[in-house]
Design a protein around this ligand. Structure first.
Ligand SMILES: [Zn+2]
Length: 296
């Protein structure tokens, strides 16, 4: 399942490719599951819209849409508008505060957005095809159909954005929680988009055991954790930047970056710091990996 850094990287890759383009028409498949908004509404909102921005909110890819105001010859206008979109800040901005229509894509387990030439064969499990004014197609492919497409206005993720949350707000989220800190990190109503891998890695870097009650963490530990979550996610995003074109355009997650995991998936292997074998426990149904020596 793509986690926050992957979604961020994919959103950036898409932004480079489709901002400024116009959705001319939309084809939607007959399987109902991928459509969280009714299919006719999806088509109505997407058609004849210009893609103004693409960004990430939690683990959702959000396309900000504007009415298509093409009146002058398209070439001249496109250059100007693309530049303008970049000037507006691109990825640093938080999405969701705008009032225009938005297309929201959650990739689920196996969802992919690919940009194709129209003559390229349509893959099995393609659920949506957007024909773009540039002559390309933006396709949504999802074999397992856990991905979701919807339209919204002013979309906001339920939790705080982990790359932007301030320390005091972060502390307030966790200070009174009686659940294990690992479960609290995965609670999307608190932080949006921190998944299993990055939760384990953040806890290792802040020397905190995943089973600890969130309310038992000291201020210093919460500060270490706040820093670690951001560091881990930012490192993964930095690693992802170079391989995004493969991900957006090619077959599945193969070739996509992997953060060098220090604990996740390393059960029984020596801790990279102290050589103690990494342990795996199950907390609230999710596997958790930690070093019993380095994490307290
Ligand atoms: Zn260790």
């Amino acid at each position: 399942m793509p986690e926050l850094p992957e979604v961020e990287t994919i959103a950036r890759g898409l932004a480079e490719r489709v901002v400024g383009d116009v959705i001319l028409s939309v084809w939607l498949g007959s399987k109902p599951e991928p459509f969280k908004s009714p299919a006719p509404e999806l088509a109505a909102v997407l058609e004849s819209r210009r893609i103004a921005r693409v960004g990430r909110v939690g683990k959702h890819i959000v396309f900000d849409l504007e009415p298509d105001r093409r009146s002058a010859p398209r070439k001249a206008k496109k250059t100007k508008k693309t530049k303008k979109a970049k000037d507006r800040g691109g990825q640093a901005e938080t999405f969701g505060g705008v009032c225009g229509a938005q297309w929201i894509v959650h990739l689920g387990m196996t969802g992919r957005l690919t940009i194709e030439a129209p003559d390229r064969e349509v893959e099995k499990h393609t659920h949506a095809i957007l024909t773009l004014a540039s002559g390309r197609e933006l396709r949504f492919v999802d074999p397992r159909r856990f991905g979701r497409l919807s339209v919204a206005r002013g979309f906001l993720a339920p939790g705080k954005e982990p790359l932007e949350v301030e320390l005091d707000a972060f502390v307030r989220l966790f200070r009174l929680r009686k659940t294990p800190i690992k479960s609290a990190l995965l609670n999307q109503k608190l932080l949006s988009g921190v998944g299993n891998i990055y939760a384990d890695e953040s806890l290792f870097r802040s020397s905190i055991r995943p089973r600890r009650r969130a309310s038992s963490l000291s201020s210093k530990e919460l500060e270490q954790l706040w820093r670690a979550v951001r560091e881990v996610l930012e490192e993964a995003i930095a690693l992802g930047g170079s391989s995004v074109s493969d991900y957006v355009n090619a077959d599945g997650a193969e070739g996509f970056f992997q953060l060098q995991h220090r604990v996740y998936g390393r059960r029984g292997e020596p801790c990279l710091v102290c050589q103690t074998p990494i342990r795996r426990v199950v907390i609230a149904g999710r596997s958790s990996h930690y070093c019993p020596h380095c994490q307290k």
